[in-house]
Design a protein around this ligand. Sequence first.
Ligand code: AMP
Length: 433
Amino acid sequence: MQYQIPKGLFDILPISKEDWKTSDKWQYLESVIRDLCKNYNYEEIRTPIFEKTELFVRGVGSSSDIVSKELYTFLDKANRSMTLRPEGTASLMRTFIENNLSENRKTSKFYYMGPMFRYDRQQLGRYRQFHQFGIEVIGQKSYEIDAEIIDMLLELFKRLEIKNTKLVLNSIGDFESRENYKKALKDFIHPKFDSLSQDSKLRFEHNPLRILDSKEAIDQEIISEAPSILDFLTSDARNHFENLRNLLEKLNIKYEVNPRLVRGLDYYDDTVFEIISEKVGAQNSLGGGGRYNSLLKNLNGPDLPGVGFAIGMERVIQTMIAQQCYFPQKTGPFILIIPITQEAKNFSIVLTKELRNHKISAEIDLNSKKIQKSLQFANEINAQNALIIGDDELKMKKAQIKDLITREQKEINFDELKTFIKNKYYNLKNLKE
Ligand code: AMP
């Protein structure tokens, strides 16, 4: 029997038929993200892959699709219910509370990156293990910080050269705004209740706002005429939204207001936003976020507001490939050492080790039989230089270094060999040893 990867999962490999699954592309995205976080003064938090189930039920919300349909939940050996994290925010809040991070004002801007798990229907752009990069800012209620994180997200896409993105913005107000709106929305939908999709019928009583989120054509038709939440904002919520819009305009950030944008998770209030792009399969959302003023308190933590976003890294890489965005050229080892005999091998192993100890990427062809085959191997691994060592070289104490890019050859005495290679490497890298 040949083992196969479970449905909805994928491997990230050094070489893959599907470009977005190659590890160098992921490393590039991760490095751009880490630089960006440094520029905006966000610090990394790494939480475990699984947590107690109740954290997500409470933190993400029991009426969300994620919790009601998509959790990977299991019992551990002591019969405790555990769940693979479906998103990053709940765990981040848990660790913030547990480690009393609110006591230290210096650490209130966090980022995370890593795999998330949802039992989603498998399709292009939707996986059961996927990766998110997300940020959270805790303790600041002002609209200015909402603008900062939106700017940060757009700056990320700019650095990645992703074009044609659209920022969609909405406010779902505070608790009072939503209570008033829910009532109006239910009054509006009530006469059409029987025509709603099955899922939306279930949402009607406890979470009617989620009906706005429905992808079902029949629901879409009903809600196309629904009242707008923006007409139900309290004056505080309206001010927050207007100030944010004014600031975005000042910052020259284009957006589109969509009063039906509510987002799938239960914990948002005030600002919500989404970044959409060209489609990956049936999906066009690269990421989104919003403000959550009561989440920490609901999780028995301090009464502090938060705001954040998360993006799907698969879709970002897929979009970059579709748009032919820049990725760095994959480089191989700086030098491949090719020993022809056993004695040459003994010499070469020591040389390779010394070069590696000097942080020079060096490879040795331990299986070399024919020079031609080894040079072909050098080509395949993208080595930049090759050094062939046989009995003659050992006797004469000198060898030829072949630059595989310029095709130049140079004969070097053994006592100058290390210095020559080191100089060439550091010159190329423009680095100091
Ligand atoms: P959410 O946490 O649901 O707001 O999702 C944020 C982003 O994560 C989405 O915009 C997607 O880019 C990505 N995402 C969510 N679910 C999946 C999934 N099953 N597969 C791949 N990406 C996903």
